[in-house]
Design a protein around this ligand. Structure first.
Ligand SMILES: [Fe+2]
Length: 291
């Protein structure tokens, strides 16, 4: 899940209950009626979900499974070269399947013993307060659709590959999971939308697009980088800034391009101290003082 609404295809329900996902004109699947029907059906399953019941089981097609196999193998190779040691160790413990798209309950079964996180379905964008707030209960809202098979290494919107290969590999680390949980607890304290947006932006530049220096090399731990075949090669060209919560919370960014500025930690401990520490302490007043 990315929390920027501009990244999502809007989902609507008609008065007679028909669920429609509105793909943009540039979406690789926009001219494929079968794909569009599929997206509508998967979104309808997520909308019908009720907490406390099993997550919808999606009967993925051969094309969809093939997309997962390609992306999963290519990203695993990239991770060896570019991902942080903390993520690589977590991914090894998690052991995601490379041969099929795991159902959300399958992801939860693997994650719960490692960090307590469970996956629940999302049809599309989940409101910021609900998305981040649920981290306090160690719940992660995840989309279940997969990118179009004509472009297995590209997606204009967060799909299963982002949610699972990006976020679950990160959430399998108890250290990163604790940072998510702090962000979730913070949401309950924040009243203003400005403070919530500030928290979301700090999260964006850390848990989505964060990098860390390890043995003299810059490696990524952010889910957005871990799940992007293109950006994971490019992030070493980005301008690197030291971790600075005030900058991260107020920086502007263009979601449609590779991030030109990234925030680089010197260690996982520094991410815990600076980002985790910020989530642990943040209030509306703290954000107002940063503004
Ligand atoms: Fe995300």
């Amino acid at each position: 899940m990315f929390t920027d609404g501009r990244l999502y295809s809007p989902v609507t329900t008609s008065t007679d209950g028909d669920v429609t996902v509105h793909l943009s004109d540039e979406h690789p699947g926009v001219h494929d009626p079968e794909y569009r029907a599929r997206r509508n059906a998967i979104a309808a399953r997520a909308l019908a979900y009720r907490p406390g019941t099993p997550a919808p089981r999606i009967d993925y097609t051969d094309d969809e499974q093939q997309v997962w196999r390609i992306a999963s193998a290519e990203l695993a190779r990239k991770h060896q070269r570019y991902a942080s040691a903390e993520v690589l160790a977590a991914a090894q413990h998690l052991g995601l399947p490379g041969d099929h798209i795991p159902q959300l309950d399958e992801v939860s079964e693997k994650l719960v013993p490692l960090s307590g996180f469970r996956y629940v379905p999302a049809a599309g964008l989940v409101p910021l307060r609900e998305f981040f707030g649920s981290f306090a209960q160690r719940i992660f809202h995840s989309t279940q659709y997969i990118r179009h098979h004509s472009a297995p290494l590209y997606t204009p919107e967060p799909d299963s590959i982002h949610e699972i290969i990006g976020h679950a590999n990160q959430l399998a680390s108890p250290r990163f999971a604790a940072i998510y949980a702090e962000a979730g607890a913070a949401v309950a304290r924040l009243e203003s939308e400005a403070a919530l947006k500030f928290l979301a932006d700090v999260f964006w530049f850390s848990m989505e697009f964060g990098v860390v220096r390890e043995h003299g090399e810059v490696r990524c731990y952010g889910a957005g980088l871990l799940s992007s075949y293109g950006e994971i090669e490019e992030f070493r060209q980005a301008r690197l800034r030291p971790l600075d919560v005030r900058e991260m919370g107020t920086a502007t960014y263009d979601i449609t391009h590779y991030q030109p500025v990234l925030y680089c930690a010197n260690s996982i401990s520094e991410i815990e101290d600076v980002v985790g520490g910020f989530f642990a302490d943040v209030t509306d007043e703290v954000v107002a003082a940063h503004g």
